[in-house]
Design a protein around this ligand. Structure first.
Ligand SMILES: [Zn+2]
Length: 144
């Protein structure tokens, strides 16, 4: 399913609790840290979202850093005219979102693995209970 669940985390040390995107993702350790005290956090809840935001992204290669002779990552830019939000807390709403997602993919998607050298990839992305990001990824990757 393309709709991601809402994950709630809690800090082991100061008990700060909230959605996982309110915590700091540590790419070196692969875990979420508390932005207030730096301690590790744990998942305390998982649920289906009430609404989603879907948009089309133009994906291009972006320079990551000089390590190992230079590396690149896929950076997405939102096509603003394609943003649509859907209530997905009913089967009808979820079906409407699914129809839009599938239609956008069928019409526009050029997977990263299939792009030609002279054209960007086009990818449809879905965000749970937040507006489609202006650019992706949420966290610019680091060399590790
Ligand atoms: Zn904390």
């Amino acid at each position: 399913m393309f709709v991601e669940k809402i994950i709630t985390r809690r800090c082991d040390k100061c008990n700060k609790e909230g959605r996982d995107n309110r915590f700091a993702f540590d790419q070196y350790e692969g875990c979420y840290l508390c932005p207030d005290c730096g301690a590790e956090t744990e998942v305390v809840g998982v649920r289906e979202p009430n609404w989603v935001s879907i948009a089309l992204y133009e994906i291009e290669r972006a320079y990551g850093g000089p390590e190992e002779g230079g590396w690149y990552y896929d950076k997405g830019r939102r096509e603003i005219a394609t943003i649509r939000n859907f209530e997905v807390d009913t089967p009808e709403g979820l079906a409407e979102a699914t129809t839009y997602f599938d239609a956008m993919r069928a019409k526009h998607e050029i997977p990263v693995s299939k792009r030609r050298w002279d054209e960007p990839a086009m990818v449809v992305k879905c965000f749970s209970e937040e507006m489609a990001l202006i650019s992706t990824p949420r966290h610019i990757p680091v060399y590790c």
